[in-house]
Ligand binder design. Structure first.
Ligand SMILES: *Cc1c(COP(=O)(O)O)cnc(C)c1O
Length: 364
């Protein structure tokens, strides 16, 4: 007879202590109150009719595998971004592409340097690879500390992640400081610039990913259709990588991960980008209103270049989340640190400002 211990299925030790990914909470249903889910930075607007029509049309072919080379979408992205299709790697969301990049670049005992707090998928993917996370604390303003990140690069570093704008705090990385970082980092270290929220950036001093990418052979740019373009539910994102890197990254991807529905809807979204840009502009306007409103109320909130705001509530983060939840807003708390709230339709944003004001009043 084997003991319980011996008969347990053996999985990789790398999984021990890894946190599961926690998705944003759905909206709590309350009697007589419209509830809003502002916990996942999704686009609040429904798909454009032109995009929905293409997606529905693609359903007719779901007995077939999708185009594994994703050539139509890669060509469309290449012409949109003025690169070659060879440089475009499409995946199941930019999370899927990032996991592919990790698989290609990082192994046991390697180190990955990134700012913290940042996107919560980073430590999970690094841990899964059996690699070590080197987390460089954000500054007091919720910004990347790029000189400290450059310092943190050592002989075991294989990958550096730069999240701009930073999820969950909001500021983007400056062009000059990113340039200095890239000059300091050895050229064999891959640098992933995660621009999930790039369409929302208005700061003129912010690093422009495409320019940074063009200037540095070790930079990979990561983007997604999930946020500004409103296709979070279809799972499609992409990376730009220089041809020599791209060829290797492709080997680490699974075939057929992006459905034909998603590929076609992404092409249709690029075709409709002027219409989508109008919605993005509206969200940027609302972001200004929310940021100004919060500061008028006395909140010390960092700049945000994304479609969310960060409330640095510290020990009150979970209390605030419960308080907001009871008033029809599901937000994204990070215990002991703060709360991230997505910019949504105007009514939801107004509710947020009411909730933040009354929370402060109740606490003072
Ligand atoms: C939302 C997000 C992503 C990826 O989203 P996908 O839906 O997988 O494309 C990547 N990076 C950051 C920082 C994000 O916030």
């Amino acid at each position: 007879m084997t003991s319980d211990h011996d008969s347990r299925v053996r999985l990789r030790a790398a999984l021990d202590g890894l946190p599961p990914y926690r998705p944003g909470k759905p909206a709590t249903v309350l009697e007589g109150v419209t509830a809003y889910k502002i916990s996942s930075n999704e686009n609040p607007y429904p798909p454009l009719p032109s995009v929905a029509e293409v997606a529905v049309g693609a359903v007719a072919n779901i007995n077939r595998y999708p185009d594994a080379t994703m050539s139509a979408l890669r060509e469309r992205l290449a012409s949109h971004l003025e690169v070659t299709a060879e440089e475009v790697i499409v995946g199941a969301g930019s999370s899927g592409v990032l996991s592919q990049i990790m698989a290609a670049a990082v192994g046991e005992n390697d180190e990955v340097v990134y700012a913290w707090r940042s996107f919560e998928l980073y430590p999970i993917l690094v841990g899964l690879a059996g690699a070590r996370s080197v987390q460089v604390p954000l500054t007091a303003e919720g910004r990347h500390d790029l000189p400290a990140m450059a310092e943190a690069v050592g002989p075991a570093t294989r990958l550096l992640l730069v999240c701009t704008p930073n999820n969950p705090t909001g500021p983007s990385v400056g062009a000059a400081e990113l340039d200095a970082l890239l000059r300091a980092v050895p050229r064999h270290v891959l640098v992933v610039v995660d621009e999930a929220y790039t369409e929302f950036v208005t700061d003129e001093d912010a690093a422009a990913g495409l320019e940074v990418y063009a200037a540095h052979p070790n930079v990979v740019l990561l983007r997604t259709f999930s946020k500004a373009y409103g296709l979070a539910g279809l799972r499609v994102g992409y990376a730009l990588a220089h041809p020599a890197v791209a060829t290797e990254l492709r080997k680490a991807g699974l075939p057929f991960v992006v459905t034909e529905i998603a590929q076609r809807a992404a092409v249709a979204s690029l075709d409709a980008h002027h219409e989508l840009d109008v919605r993005v502009k509206e969200l940027i306007g609302e972001r200004r209103r929310v940021l100004d409103g919060l500061r008028d109320q006395g909140w010390d909130v960092p700049d945000t270049q994304a479609n969310f705001v960060w409330l640095p509530l510290g020990a009150d983060a979970l209390d605030f989340a419960d308080y907001a939840d009871a008033r029809g807003l599901s937000v994204r708390p990070f215990a002991g640190e703060g709360v991230r709230c997505s910019i949504d339709v105007p009514e939801a944003n107004t509710r947020l400002l009411e909730v933040t004001a009354s929370f402060r009043a109740d606490r003072s």
